[in-house]
Design a protein around this ligand. Structure first.
Ligand SMILES: Nc1ncnc2c1ncn2[C@@H]1O[C@H](COP(=O)(O)OP(=O)(O)OP(=O)(O)O)[C@@H](O)[C@H]1O
Ligand SMILES: [Mg+2]
Length: 296
């Protein structure tokens, strides 16, 4: 079983006549709801590839929380590790006007308040890998600290820090990195974290105990190394229409392949394939019909 541990957010995309400035008023033309959160999107992908999956996270006692849970249940993700709490679920309000301009307001809601005694350790112990992504940490560090403790208990950890964690700096991330088997940042993130070129940064990460680093390079594909071998793997040829969730889809493909005991070059190729296919559709969880076995 592969588990995710990260923020659960409902993206509310408001199509608006204009993005209002101070003291201005606009109106909403349409509203789209998309369940999101980086680890959650990756787990959604893994579930659609037929893998046994589970999620550790927190939702509020509101309609948004029900939508987030329902989406997982429909995909066959085990939700017994999702804590339901008083308060608001995580929401990202995304305002888009007709010219494509965007303004985003994030409400972390209850995401940041996961204490370690709320975490279902049975799930952690049953997982062959726990995939972790960032919490915003605007309402406290509980969830981040719980991830450090879970990382110590898990048999294996994969970690995509995203910008919110990169900004915390190397010293704070060290306890998670020390337990990380598969580290999956993008190029900007790893270079900012170590203050070096991405290939040198990978060596530094491996000095800390990381076993495999996969660096996402956007339209250029990815770079993957285990310290003994290194590969630049070209992106899958794609006609992108919506790149939301590209990195999460890469992680899903990579982890699927890793679970099937593929070598790192094949994992990278399958990651690129899944990401390249997903970005040809609208929505970060539009995995229907994507078969990672077709990548090789
Ligand atoms: N234009 C593209 N053509 C083909 N594949 C792409 C393109 N852009 C991204 N990808 C694929 O998506 C993967 C992840 O994208 P990217 O490097 O932008 O990650 P990221 O910055 O972490 O993304 P995210 O913002 O979703 O977290 C790439 O490694 C690549 O496989
Ligand atoms: Mg990313």
């Amino acid at each position: 079983m592969i588990s995710g541990f990260g923020a659960l957010n409902l993206d509310k995309i408001y199509i608006v006549d204009k993005i209002p400035g101070k003291d201005e008023e606009g109106y909403v033309i349409d509203l789209e709801l998309h369940p999101g959160g980086s680890a959650a999107n990756t787990v959604a992908g893994l579930a659609s590839f037929g893998m046994e999956t589970s999620f550790i996270g927190k939702t509020g006692s509101d309609e948004e929380g029900k939508i987030l849970l329902r989406d997982f249940l429909e995909r066959g993700v085990d939700t017994s590790g999702i804590i339901s709490a008083e308060g608001r679920s995580g929401v990202a309000m995304i305002f888009v006007d007709k010219d494509g301009n965007r303004a985003i307001l994030v409400d972390p809601g209850v995401n940041d308040t996961i204490s370690i005694d709320e975490v279902n350790m049975e799930i952690v112990e049953k997982s062959s890998i726990v995939h972790m992504t960032s919490f915003i940490c605007k309402n406290g560090l509980d969830s981040f600290r719980s991830q450090i403790k879970v990382a110590k208990r898990a048999s294996s950890v994969s970690f995509d820090p995203g910008m919110p964690y990169i900004e915390r700096g190397l010293k704070e991330l060290r306890p998670i990195l020390k337990q990380t088997a598969i580290f999956m940042p993008n190029r900007t993130e790893i270079e900012m974290l170590f203050g070096m070129d991405y290939r040198e940064s990978c060596s530094e990460a491996m000095n800390m105990g990381v076993e495999i680093v996969a660096v996402k390079l956007g339209g250029k594909g990815c770079y993957v190394t285990d310290g003994k071998r290194e590969y630049h793997v070209k992106a899958f040829s794609s006609n992108p229409v919506d790149t939301t969730g590209a990195g999460d889809a890469f992680n899903a493909g990579f982890l699927y392949a890793w679970h099937k005991k593929r070598n790192i070059e094949e994992c990278a190729r399958i990651g690129n394939f899944v990401a390249g296919k997903l970005i040809e559709r609208v929505g970060a969880r539009s995995y229907d019909g994507i078969n990672p076995e077709k990548a090789l």
